[in-house]
Design a protein around this ligand. Structure first.
Ligand SMILES: [Zn+2]
Length: 163
C-alpha cells in the first residue's frame, strides 16, 4: 500500500493512496455522486488530496459548484412561490420584509444570491401562517431606520433668529 507523510497533521505514513472511489456530496438535501476518484487520504486527520495527474479535483469541484447553484435556485424558487402566495410584488416584498436594494428580491429569486437566513425563516413562517402578514405590515412600520432620516436645511439667519 502506498503511503506518505501527511502535510496537514504531520502523521508519518498517514496518507494512504486510494483510487476508484465514489463519493456523494450533499447540500441542502440534494446530492451529486462523483465516481472514479483517486488521491490520498490521511488515516489520522482525514485530509484528502486528489491525484494531480487525474481530473478528480476538477470533477469533484464541478459537482460541488453545481450543487451550490442548484441549492440557490431551489431556495429562489421557494422565495418566489411564497411571495406570490402572499400577493406581494418584488418591490413590496423588499419594502416590507427584506430591506436592501430595490432588486434584492429579484436576485434572490433568480438564485444569484442566497437570501439571509433570517429572511428565509420569515418567508417560511409567512408561508405557514399567511395571516401574520397583516401583523408584519404593522410591526414593520419604522423597524428599518436606515436612510429614514431626512435632514431639514435651515438658512443661516433663520437658525440665528436675526432679521
Ligand atoms: Zn493528517
Amino acid at each position: 500500500m502506498k503511503t506518505r507523510q501527511c502535510f496537514n497533521c504531520g502523521a508519518h505514513e498517514g496518507m494512504r493512496h486510494f483510487e476508484g472511489r465514489g463519493e456523494t456530496i450533499s447540500v441542502k438535501g440534494m446530492e451529486r455522486r462523483v465516481d472514479d476518484l483517486s488521491g490520498w487520504e490521511c488515516q489520522q486527520c482525514h485530509e484528502v488530496e486528489w491525484d494531480p495527474d487525474t481530473d478528480s479535483a476538477e470533477r469533484y469541484g464541478q459537482a460541488s459548484d453545481e450543487l451550490v447553484i442548484a441549492a440557490r435556485q431551489m431556495i429562489g424558487t421557494e422565495m418566489k412561490r411564497i411571495r406570490r402566495k402572499l400577493h406581494l410584488t418584488q418591490k413590496e416584498a423588499v419594502q416590507l420584509l427584506s430591506g436592501g436594494g430595490h432588486n434584492a428580491f429579484s436576485r434572490y429569486e433568480r438564485g444569484e444570491v442566497l437570501p439571509p437566513k433570517a429572511l428565509m425563516l420569515l418567508m417560511r413562517l409567512l408561508d405557514r401562517y399567511p395571516h401574520l402578514l397583516a401583523d408584519a405590515k404593522v410591526l414593520g412600520e419604522g423597524a428599518d431606520l436606515r436612510g429614514g432620516f431626512n435632514p431639514i436645511e435651515h438658512k443661516e439667519h433663520e437658525v440665528l433668529g436675526t432679521s
